[in-house]
Design a protein around this ligand. Structure first.
Ligand code: NAD
Length: 367
C-alpha cells in the first residue's frame, strides 16, 4: 500500500536560473527527471536538432550539486552538436546525466525507468553509453525505447564505441604531429596519456604499435596495471603528467585539464586526446595555448569515432562506411589547423566556426 498520508508535498517558491544557463548556449530543450521508486534522478539536454535527432551518451557522476550536473550536461550536449556537425554526420547534439555514484551497481528497474524517460522524448534524443554506463546497460534501456545506440553486438548493435574513439583520436594525434613536426611518424615520439580507461587503453595500443614512447597515469590502479602489463610503457604519478618533457600530452580522463595552471607547466608541443571539453575556458585557454606555441587538436573533432560508431546503428552503415567516416578525422584535423593559421584564431574556434557553418547551411535549406 502506498503512503496516502502526507499527500501534499510542496516546497517554498525559490529562484531557479535554468534559462540563464540555457540561453547563451542556445539549447532547445532540457528535461529534468526524477523517480522516487528507483532513486533515478537526472537531466537530459537537447542542444540542437537541425542536422538530425540529438545523440549523446548517458553519464553517471557524483556531482557536488545540481548546478554542476546542469552545467556538465549543457556543455557536453553542445559539444555533441559540434562533434556530429564537423564529422559530417546527420545528428544533433544531446546528452544525459544521472546524479549518483558511478561505482554503485543499479538494478534493471532503474535502467528501464531511464529508458522510459528517453522514450518520452519520442526520438528527439538518442542515448548511448558514457562514463559510468556500458553496453550491458544499453541492453536493458533498449527494452523500453528504440532510441538507444551503443547496444551489444549480440543485440544487433555496434557495440562499445570506445575502440572507434581510440582509433579516431590516434588519427587526429598523428595529423597533429604531422602539422607540428612535418611528418606523422610516431617512431620515438614521447606521448603522455592521462587516463587509461576504455579509450586511453586502446589509444596506448595504437601508439606503442606505431613506435611511440608512451608514459601513462591513472588514479585507478587496476586500469593502470592492466595497461602497463599489456604494453611497453612508463608509469608516472598523476601530477607528474603535466611536467613531463614530452612531444604530446593526451588527456583521456575527464575535462578541463587544460587550464591556466597546467598551461603554465606543460612542456609538450601538441595536445591531442579523447576527453571532452579539455579547455577549462574556451575563450581564454585556446589563446593561451596559441601564445605558448602549443598545437591543440580540438577534442570534439578528434574524439568523434564513438559517435560515428553510434551513427552506424542509426543509419545502418556498413563497417567499411563507418571506418571511412572515422578515417576522415585525419584530413579534417589538418583542415582545421590550416584555417586556424590562415585566420590567426585558436584551433578550437576554427573548428566551432566550421561546425556552426554546416548547421546554418542546413537551416537555410530547411526554411
Ligand atoms: P573511462 O571511465 O573508461 O576511463 C577514464 C579513465 O580516466 C579511468 O581509468 C579513470 O580512473 C581515469 N581518471 C579519472 N580521473 C583521472 C585523473 N585525475 N588522472 C588520471 N586518470 C584519471 O572513460 P573513457 O570511456 O575511456 O573516456 C575517457 C574520456 O574520453 C572521457 O572524458 C569521455 O567523456 C571521453 N570520450 C569517450 C568516448 C568513448 O567512446 N568512450 C567518446 C568520446 C569522448
Amino acid at each position: 500500500m502506498s503512503d496516502v498520508k502526507n499527500v501534499i508535498k510542496t516546497v517554498e517558491k525559490r529562484e531557479a536560473k535554468v534559462f540563464e544557463m540555457m540561453e547563451p548556449m542556445e539549447h532547445e530543450q532540457v528535461m529534468f527527471f526524477n523517480d522516487k521508486d528507483t532513486g533515478l534522478k537526472g537531466i537530459i539536454a537537447v542542444h540542437n536538432t537541425v542536422l538530425g535527432p540529438s545523440l549523446g551518451g548517458c553519464r553517471i557522476w557524483n556531482y557536488d550539486n545540481e548546478s554542476d550536473a546542469l552545467w556538465d550536461v549543457l556543455r557536453l550536449s553542445r559539444g555533441m552538436t559540434f562533434k556530429s556537425s564537423i564529422s559530417g554526420i546527420d545528428l544533433g547534439g544531446g546528452k544525459a546525466v544521472i546524479i549518483g555514484n558511478p561505482k554503485v551497481k543499479r538494478d534493471e528497474a532503474f535502467w528501464r525507468r531511464f529508458g522510459k524517460f528517453v522514450d518520452s522524448l519520442s526520438g528527439k534524443y538518442i542515448t548511448a553509453e558514457d562514463v559510468g554506463t556500458s553496453t550491458d546497460v544499453m541492453s536493458i534501456v533498449m527494452q523500453e525505447t528504440k532510441h538507444v545506440t551503443g547496444k551489444p553486438v549480440s543485440a544487433g548493435g555496434a557495440g562499445d564505441p570506445s575502440p572507434s574513439t581510440a582509433y579516431g583520436v590516434f588519427l587526429g594525434l598523428k595529423a597533429s604531429v604531422k602539422e607540428y613536426f612535418g611528418s606523422d611518424s610516431l617512431e620515438g615520439k614521447k606521448v603522455a596519456v592521462q587516463g587509461v580507461g576504455h579509450v586511453g587503453h586502446g589509444l596506448v595500443g595504437h601508439l606503442t604499435k606505431a613506435g611511440a614512447k608512451v608514459f601513462i597515469t591513472d588514479i585507478n590502479t587496476a586500469n593502470l596495471e592492466a595497461t602497463a602489463k599489456e604494453f611497453k610503457v612508463t608509469v608516472v604519478g598523476s601530477h607528474e603528467i603535466y611536467d613531463l618533457d614530452v612531444d604530446v600530452y593526451s588527456p583521456c580522463a575527464l575535462g578541463a585539464t587544460v587550464n591556466s595552471d597546467t598551461i603554465s607547466t606543460l612542456r609538450c608541443s601538441v595536445i591531442a586526446g579523447a576527453a571532452n571539453n579539455q579547455l577549462a575556458d574556451e575563450n581564454i585557454h585556446g589563446h593561451m595555448l596559441m601564445d605558448k606555441g602549443i598545437l591543440f587538436a580540438p577534442d570534439f573533432l578528434i574524439n568523434a569515432g564513438g559517435v560515428i560508431n553510434c551513427y552506424r546503428e542509426v543509419h545502418n552503415l556498413s563497417e567499411e562506411e563507418t571506418k571511412a567516416h572515422i578515417e576522415n578525422i585525419y584530413q579534417r584535423t589538418l583542415d582545421i589547423f590550416k584555417k586556424s593559421k590562415e585566420e590567426k584564431i585558436p584551433t578550437q574556434e576554427a573548428a566551432i566556426i566550421l561546425a556552426l557553418e554546416r548547421i546554418e547551411k542546413q537551416k537555410a535549406i530547411s526554411k
